[in-house]
Write a protein that binds this ligand. Structure first.
Ligand SMILES: Cc1cc2nc3c(=O)[nH]c(=O)nc-3n(C[C@H](O)[C@H](O)[C@H](O)COP(=O)(O)OP(=O)(O)OC[C@H]3O[C@@H](n4cnc5c(N)ncnc54)[C@H](O)[C@@H]3O)c2cc1C
Ligand SMILES: *[C@@H]1O[C@H](CO)[C@@H](O)[C@H](O)[C@H]1NC(C)=O
Ligand SMILES: *[C@@H]1O[C@H](CO)[C@@H](O)[C@H](O)[C@H]1NC(C)=O
Ligand SMILES: *[C@@H]1O[C@H](CO)[C@@H](O)[C@H](O)[C@H]1NC(C)=O
Length: 492
């Protein structure tokens, strides 16, 4: 009798939990509602090529720092598998997270050991239409796969600066890269997507289909659905399929003059600069390394464009002309997976010499104290004429007036160094934000750490994004990545 009452109350309790969509403890592998086996139940609903693994390393990630936890990795084989997995997770109150390139470094993940990673990597087809002005691709494709296809077809497509990063991952946050100089951001070139919604419905989203949602996904897409496939504009190559690229090196003493140049250089559409503070052996002396890029093979024009940097007399120059298809290869060093790589970023209007000199000095102390010699400190400077012509009306991306994207990435293995790294990373971000030239800080969503106020990331777009979030994802199923919540929701 008591036993029956006990079981009855358990069943009632479970029903109450399920009805409210709340989480409750459960045994790994078994459903809260029944005792079924998650792996088997999922496999029964997915296409034959799909697989389910309990090995998290089957979906490797770029950084181990605060990586999302999960009990299951579903490797989808067809687009419909994504919708099936979302529906299944909804029915069984499991959290889920889409993963493409696995580079997302934010510490906003709140998954547990019973949740599900939806690995999109098999959705990696890339094709061009006959006119070669539209590229179609799967939601799990990487930047390098798109570049390879474009190069083989004598077209260019807006991509980021690295081969290994997920193409939709980049795009849904905005998508910055060298080709934005001429064609605008990835979100300015995106034509349409197939999107799985929080309810597990698959819908077509474009400026003429669900127009408000279309605006939202162009800068905050990870909060609204999972893109299973998409189309993007492709542009004819300009006569020459080669580009000019390489590093210019300067010693520390030239920092002040170097920064002055950055603040006055007219970045025309052909020009991009990625500069890093490099440590050179044997004494780990920090030096300036500027990767300069010119969009075509005209070496004379490139030298003229970067004249102020040449006038500063680099002590080493590795620039060369290479085929467009190899444009990112020199940066593959940053693609290596693991170990710990937390990142702090900031958007800057201009560069402040005092702040950079302080950073420079404190960086030397940090390296001496922690022994972390592999840290990337990088500043990206693009040409902004094209991006600004697009304006903000058609996309929620809110960082168009940023002139420089700054990042710091300490790379290390020992988790006990986390507190020292966190202190230094936030300190550097503070130096940048304190001298950024903006009243309200600006941080590109894909470069943010995870602890920033949403206003810094979504800017003026935040209120409208919050409204749309209520409509399209009221239960917060897509809340793993800079969740767009309202102040009231955040207090709960
Ligand atoms: C080495 C390196 C270089 C980078 N270079 C650039 C650059 O040049 N330009 C730039 O703009 N950014 C760049 N970034 C930042 C990059 O945009 C983000 O790290 C981005 O989140 C990576 O996407 P991913 O698919 O690799 O990562 P993931 O961790 O797989 O995804 C990141 C987030 O996007 C979501 N997501 C991924 N695919 C989809 C999809 N198909 N549908 C819905 N949601 C999806 C995930 O759920 C997750 O929330 C770089 C990052 C690294 C580590
Ligand atoms: C679930 O099923 C899979 C595949 O049949 C099996 O390997 C796994 O051990 C099962 N899990 C549990 C908890 O029984
Ligand atoms: C690539 O396209 C451009 C512009 O249409 C053209 O000038 C060039 O000859 C083409 N190159 C090749 C190798 O087809
Ligand atoms: C910068 O370059 C652009 C594009 O070539 C040009 O239109 C503009 O006048 C230049 N601005 C300055 C200040 O030189």
């Amino acid at each position: 009798m008591y036993m029956h009452l006990y079981i009855l109350s358990l069943i009632l309790e479970i029903n109450v939990f399920v009805a409210h969509g709340l989480r409750h403890p459960s045994l790994p592998g078994f459903l809260n509602t029944g005792g079924g086996n998650i792996t088997e139940d999922l496999l029964a609903r997915l296409s034959p090529g799909a697989s389910v693994s309990t090995d998290l390393d089957s979906a490797p990630r770029w950084s181990d720092y605060h990586r999302p936890r999960a009990g299951y990795v579903v490797r989808v084989a067809e687009e419909r598998d994504v919708a099936e997995t979302v529906k299944y997770c909804n029915e069984h109150d499991l959290k889920f997270l889409a993963q493409a390139g696995g580079h997302g470094w934010a510490d906003t993940f709140s998954m547990s050991d019973n949740d599900v990673i939806i690995n999109l990597r098999s959705l990696n087809h890339v094709s061009l239409n006959e006119a070669k002005d539209v590229v179609s691709f799967g939601g799990g494709v990487l930047g390098g796969e798109v570049i390879a296809k474009a190069a083989a077809n004598n077209v260019t497509v807006s991509t980021g600066g690295f081969n290994c990063v997920g193409y939709m991952g980049i795009t849904l946050g905005g998508g910055i890269g060298r080709w934005m100089n001429k064609y605008g951001l990835n979100v300015d070139n995106l034509l349409s997507v197939n999107l799985v919604t929080a309810e597990g419905e698959t819908i077509h989203v474009s400026p003429t289909s669900h127009a408000h949602l279309d605006w939202a996904i162009r800068g905050a897409g990870q909060n609204f659905g999972i893109v299973t496939s998409a189309t993007m504009k492709a542009h004819p190559m300009r006569g020459d399929d080669r580009v000019w690229v390489g590093d210019l090196f300067y010693p520390a003493e030239k920092l002040e003059k170097y920064i002055e140049i950055f603040n006055t250089l007219n970045m025309t559409e052909e020009m991009t600069i990625h500069w890093r503070i490099d440590l050179t052996p044997p004494n780990n002396t920090p030096v300036i390394a500027a990767q300069v890029f010119f969009m075509n093979a005209d070496v004379e024009a490139a030298h003229a464009a970067f004249k102020p940097l040449y006038d500063l007399e680099p002590y080493k120059d590795t620039t060369e002309v290479i085929p467009y298809g190899q444009v990112n290869d020199a940066r593959d060093f940053a693609c290596v997976h693991g170990p710990r790589k937390p990142v702090w970023g900031a958007g800057l209007k201009s560069l402040d010499y005092e702040a950079f000199q302080t950073l420079w000095d404190e960086y030397a102390d940090f390296v001496a104290k922690t022994g972390i010699t592999s840290t990337i400190i990088g500043i990206d400077a693009y040409s902004n004429y094209a991006t600004r012509q697009f304006g903000s009306k058609h996309a929620s991306y809110s960082q168009r007036d940023v002139n420089f994207f700054a990042l710091i990435v300490p790379i290390y293995e020992d988790a006990s160094l986390d507190p020292a790294v966190e202190a230094f990373g936030s300190r550097v971000r503070e130096l940048w934000l304190g001298s950024s030239g903006y009243d309200i800080p600006k941080i590109y969503q894909n470069f943010a750490h995870g602890d920033e106020p949403l206003e810094w990331i979504y800017g003026d777009s935040l209120p409208r994004l919050q409204q749309l979030k209520k409509k399209w994802d009221p239960r917060g199923r897509f809340n793993q990545w800079f969740a767009i919540t309202t102040p009231e929701e955040r207090e709960l």
